[in-house]
Design a protein around this ligand. Structure first.
Ligand SMILES: [Zn+2]
Ligand SMILES: [Zn+2]
Length: 365
C-alpha cells in the first residue's frame, strides 16, 4: 500500500460509523469485552516480526527448503540436522514442548509488562537529543543547511546509511555484552535458550530492553540529524520510506534467525548479509562458535572486526550456554534472577570484570 493510501485508509477507518449494535445478554457481552480486551493487548504488544505475514513468509520459505532438500535442513532440539516429514520439519515437537520455548514466553511477557516503565522516557530523550546534537554540530562545523531537494536517490541512501549505522551500533552493543562480564550476565539470558523459536528473538532479560532500545534510537537519531541538516528538516518522506524498508528486512530476518530450519545464503552473499543460519552459529556453545556473528543484518562489521563465521551447510550447532552451566540457567526464575546472582558472585569473589570470551563464559557461574 502506498504511503498516501495508508494514511487515507487510517483516516477512513478512524471516521467510520460504528457497526450496528447486536443485542446481546450481559454474560456474552462481558466475555466479548474480555475477549476483545485480550486481543487488543496481544495485538498492541506482538512484535512486528511475529505478525502473521512474517510468520507466513518464514513458513513458505521453510516448505521450499524442505522440497528442495528433500526433507533435510531442519535441526532437532540437540542442534543436529535431521531429515523429517513436512509437519515435523515445520513444527518439531521436541522444540516447541521444550522448557526453553516455554521460558521464552514468560521472559517476553515480563519484558513487555515492565517496558512502559522505561520505554516512553527513553524514546522521548535519546533519539531527539542525538538528532539535535548532530544538527548542532554540523551547523557549527560546516555551517547552515544546504537545503537539498528530496528525491528517491536520497531516500534510498538515507535508508542504507540508517541501516549501516543501526547495524554498527547493534554490533558494538552486542560485542560489548559478550566481552564485559557484568553485561554478559544480562545477555546470557538470550543465550541460555536451548532451542530456537521465532519468539527466542525476544528472550531477553528485562534489563537488556533499555540497552537495545537506546542503541537503536541513538542510531536513528544520529542519521536523522545528518539528513535533517542536509534537507533543512524536510525528511518526513524519507523517514516513512525507511520504516517500510526496515519492517520487511528486520521482520523477515528476525523470525528466521531464531527458527530451527537452516536458511543459508550462498557464501558470496553471506560475506555481505547475515543469513539466518549464521545466527544459529551465534547461539552454539561450541568453542569455535563463541563470539561470532554479532551484527543484525549485514556481515560488514563482523568482517571488519574479524568475528564473521560463515557456517558449512548442516554444521552442528548445539544451542545454549553449554552442559557445564546450563542447568543453572534453565527455568524462568533462574534466568530472571541470573544477572543478580552473577553480580553477587563477582562482588563476593572480588572479581574485577575482565574482557575476553573465555573469562566471561567460564568464570561466571
Ligand atoms: Zn549474543
Ligand atoms: Zn539470538
Amino acid at each position: 500500500m502506498a504511503l498516501e493510501d495508508q494514511q487515507k485508509y487510517l483516516e477512513i477507518e478512524a471516521s467510520a460509523e460504528p457497526a450496528a449494535t447486536l443485542l446481546v445478554g450481559p454474560l456474552s457481552e462481558t466475555s466479548q469485552e474480555i475477549g476483545s480486551f485480550i486481543w487488543q493487548i496481544i495485538g498492541d504488544n506482538l512484535p512486528r516480526d511475529l505478525h502473521w505475514q512474517f510468520l507466513a513468509i518464514t513458513l513458505v520459505i521453510a516448505v521450499f527448503i524442505w522440497l528442495v532438500r528433500k526433507g533435510h535442513g531442519s535441526r532437532g532440539a540437540d542442534g543436529r540436522e535431521r531429515p523429517a516429514p513436512l509437519l515435523k520439519f515445520l513444527f518439531p515437537k521436541d522444540i516447541y514442548t521444550h522448557i526453553s520455548a516455554r521460558v521464552d514466553i514468560w521472559l517476553w511477557i515480563t519484558e513487555r509488562v515492565l517496558r512502559p516503565l522505561w520505554f516512553v522516557g527513553l524514546m522521548a530523550t535519546v533519539g531527539p537529543s542525538a538528532e539535535s546534537a548532530m544538527i548542532a554540530s554540523l551547523q557549527g562545523i560546516i555551517g547552515a543547511s544546504p537545503g537539498l531537494e528530496v528525491n528517491y536517490g536520497w531516500m534510498l541512501l538515507y535508508s542504507l546509511i540508517t541501516l549501516l549505522c543501526y547495524d554498527f551500533i547493534f554490533f558494538i552493543i552486542h560485542y560489548t555484552m559478550h566481552k564485559v562480564p557484568v553485561l554478559w550476565a544480562v545477555h546470557k539470558v538470550h543465550h541460555s535458550a536451548e532451542v530456537l523459536t521465532p519468539l527466542t528473538r525476544y528472550r531477553e532479560h528485562f534489563l537488556a530492553g533499555p540497552i537495545w532500545a537506546a542503541g537503536s534510537s541513538l542510531s536513528y537519531g544520529l542519521v536523522g540529524g545528518v539528513f535533517a541538516w542536509l534537507f533543512g528538516g524536510d525528511i518526513t518522506a524519507a523517514t516513512l520510506f525507511n520504516i517500510g524498508f526496515f519492517s520487511l528486512l528486520f521482520g523477515f530476518n528476525g523470525s528466521f534467525r531464531h527458527y530451527h530450519v537452516q536458511f543459508n545464503y550462498p557464501r558470496w552473499l553471506s560475506l555481505w548479509l547475515h543469513s539466518p543460519a549464521m545466527h544459529h552459529i551465534h547461539h552454539s556453545y561450541l568453542e569455535p562458535h563463541w563470539d561470532k556473528n554479532f551484527a543484525a543484518v549485514t556481515s560488514i562489521w563482523d568482517r571488519l572486526f574479524g568475528t564473521l563465521y560463515v557456517p558449512e551447510r548442516d554444521e552442528y550447532t548445539p544451542w545454549g550456554i553449554g552442559p557445564k552451566t546450563q542447568s543453572e540457567h534453565r527455568t524462568y526464575w533462574q534466568n530472571t534472577l541470573g544477572p543478580f546472582n552473577d553480580w553477587y558472585k563477582m562482588v563476593k569473589k572480588g572479581d574485577s570484570p575482565q574482557a575476553g570470551a573465555v573469562t566471561t563464559r567460564k568464570s561466571i557461574s
